[in-house]
Structures are given as C-alpha cells and as structure tokens.
Write a protein that binds this ligand. Structure first.
Ligand SMILES: Cc1ncc(C[n+]2csc(CCOP(=O)(O)OP(=O)(O)O)c2C)c(N)n1
Length: 333
C-alpha cells in the first residue's frame, strides 16, 4: 500500500479509489461535480456532523423517539474506514451508529425517518436510532452483543470462500464485556476475516477511560495473536493510513486485525447527559476537531460548496421524513 501525504494537497486517487464507488460519496455528490478526494472526505465528515446536529435539535422538539447517541468529534474514524470498505463487506455497528451508517453510503432521509419512527425509515420505524439495517450494514445497542455475531459472519464468509470481510465497531467501555475476549480467541484460532475497530472516545457514558480500563488497549488484541494498528489522531488521513494496512492484512491474509482509534466525543453521551467540564471539552474541540483539521486542506470555495450541498441534503432529509406517515399496525407484523 502506497503512503500519501498527511500534510497538504490532495491524496492520490488510488488511495481513495473505493470512495468514488462506495461510501457516503454516493449521497454527497449528487448536487455538484467531484472536486478531489480531500473534498469528498470532508463532505462525508460534514454530512455526519450536520446530521447529528440536526438530530439533536429535532430531539429537543419531541420529534424523535427513543434515544440518540451523537458521533460528533469521531467523524474521521468513519470517513477513513468506509473509504476502504467494499460493498460486499459486512458491517456491525453499535449504539453510536449514525456516522458509520452515513459513511457507509446510507441515505440520511431513511435514517431521519427511522429516528422519527416513520414507515419510510430503514426498518419501518421499528429500530430507532440504535437498531438499523440496510444492505450489509447492521447495528445493535447491546454493548458487546454484536461482537460474536460479527465473528460468526466472518466464519460464514470463510466457509463461503468470500472475498468480503466483516467490520465490527465498539467503544472503550465495551472492553469490559467478557464476550469480546471469547470472540477474539475464536477469530484468531479459526483465522476469520474480521476487522475489530475500537473507537476509544475516552468515555463510557460518564466514566472516563482511566477509571474503567486498565493496561494497554492494543495488548488486549495482541494477546490473542491479532495484528493491531493504533492511531491517536483526529486527522482523517492518518487514520486512513493505518486503516488501509489493517484492511490489507485482513483481506490478503484472511486473518483478523484490530484498529485502535483514540478519538474524542464532543457531544453528550446521548442527548443531554454530559457531566463533563464544558471548558475542557471546548479546549479539546479547538485542538482536535477532525473537520477543522481536514478543512485546512481545502479552499474557501470548496468549504462553501460542501456546506451548501450538505445543508440541502440534511434539510431535505428531515423535512421529508417529518411529513411521512407513521406505520400502521399491519406493517409492523
Ligand atoms: C450490555 C449493555 N450494558 C449497558 C448498556 C448501556 N450503555 C449504552 S452505551 C454505554 C456506554 C458505552 O461506552 P463505549 O463502549 O465506550 O461507547 P461510547 O458510548 O463511548 O461510544 C452504556 C453503558 C448497553 N447498551 N448494553
């Protein structure tokens, strides 16, 4: 895998080849001409950011049901990972799934409708924010519960001799779930094509990582013989560089791999439950906002274009979803 600059200038097309046929690109580009890959990546992250901001705003008006966990601050993880995923790969996401789904190429309108419990939602309004499904994308809010399922899907891919792989996302708070370690053991023993993606946003709901996790995060995977890449950065290109190597390892060697991504969550855990010191969060955001870091690689015109395109998409998604009907009982059977 070639290296590419993380300093400035567009990345080479080969690195982001898959973005142009997959990922959130498909929903971002229907309004304007493609400019370059850095622009596409920025728009992907901006789509996630603006979707989440709108979802939080709509929540406070009572239009959304259940709960919602915003991905604000972590956008670079999804943008990098899904620029490398293929359409046949299977994705297991967790409670904080909107960013993963949008970067996967999911329709913001169908997601908005799902959050509102509408019949046009991804699963006809039955799943809400945490339980969505579209194509090869699945999410579930039970911490750790998705991990053995993802390993089972990896086994199915191996048995079927498929070239596809399985991705599974989880947070630092889920390192306390014992089933994770049983899953790592089997994935390694049976050489299953699973990429474990740990997003350490340094908090599990209200528990800071230093109070919930002892020892080394990469060592947890390495103890099972699983090759692991670790990135402590909010720069999407740095994350992409490590993720590309992890994907390559899983695809070429039919072995599991792990990506440990240290990131930041800028918003509350879900809706408004944030006991963290606001001044500290503001300082972290000023230094580690993935959008601001990547925006430095774009022109003023590109940034304005991305903002205009994304806000039109978000407005359309939420307005249309609001007008849609709720499901009738027979549809839910
Ligand atoms: C088995 C289980 N226990 C508790 C919860 C409630 N819960 C939802 S998210 C969360 C914290 C998860 O933290 P982490 O895995 O670090 O992910 P993050 O929310 O930081 O993205 C908890 C305790 C749950 N969903 N499932």
């Amino acid at each position: 895998m070639q290296k590419f600059s993380t300093k400035s200038g567009p990345v080479t097309p080969s690195h982001f080849h898959s973005i142009s046929c997959f990922g959130c690109f498909s929903y971002l580009c229907y309004n304007s001409a493609v400019m370059n890959e850095n622009y596409d990546i920025f728009r992907c992250m901006l789509l996630i950011r603006r979707f989440e901001e709108r979802a939080l705003a709509e929540f406070s008006t009572g239009k959304l049901f259940g709960t919602t966990h915003a991905y604000i601050g972590q956008e670079a993880d999804a943008a990098a990972v899904f620029s490398l995923a293929g359409p046949n790969d299977i994705v297991w996401s967790n409670h904080r799934c909107h960013g993963h789904f949008l970067a996967y190429g999911g329709d913001p309108y169908r997601l908005a409708a799902e959050l509102m419990g509408k019949s046009t939602g991804l699963v006809a309004g039955r799943g809400g924010s945490q339980h969505i499904h579209w194509r090869n994308f699945y999410s579930n809010g039970i911490q750790g519960g998705i991990i053995p399922i993802a390993v089972g899907m990896g086994l199915a891919q191996k048995v079927q001799k498929s070239a596809a792989i399985t991705l599974v996302f989880f947070g630092d708070g889920t390192l306390g779930e014992g089933v994770l370690y049983e899953s790592l053991n089997i994935a390694s023993l049976w050489h299953l094509p699973v990429l474990f993606i740990l997003e350490d946003n340094r908090f599990a709901q209200t528990t800071p990582v230093e109070k919930g996790v002892s020892g080394s995060m990469p060592a947890r995977f390495q103890a099972f013989g699983i090759k692991t890449w670790e990135v402590d950065s909010s720069d999407v290109l740095e994350i992409h560089s490590a993720a590309a190597q992890a994907f390559q390892h899983v695809r070429e060697n039919a072995q599991p791999a792990a990506l440990v991504l240290h990131t930041y969550r800028f918003a509350a855990h879900s809706k408004g439950d944030d006991p963290r010191d606001r001044e500290t969060i503001a300082q972290i955001r000023a230094r580690f906002d993935p959008l601001a870091i990547h925006a430095a690689r774009l022109s003023f015109e590109e940034l304005a274009q991305a903002e205009a395109d994304v806000s039109a998409i978000i407005e359309d998604a939420f307005i249309r979803a609001s007008a849609d009907p709720f499901p009738v009982l027979q549809e839910l059977g």
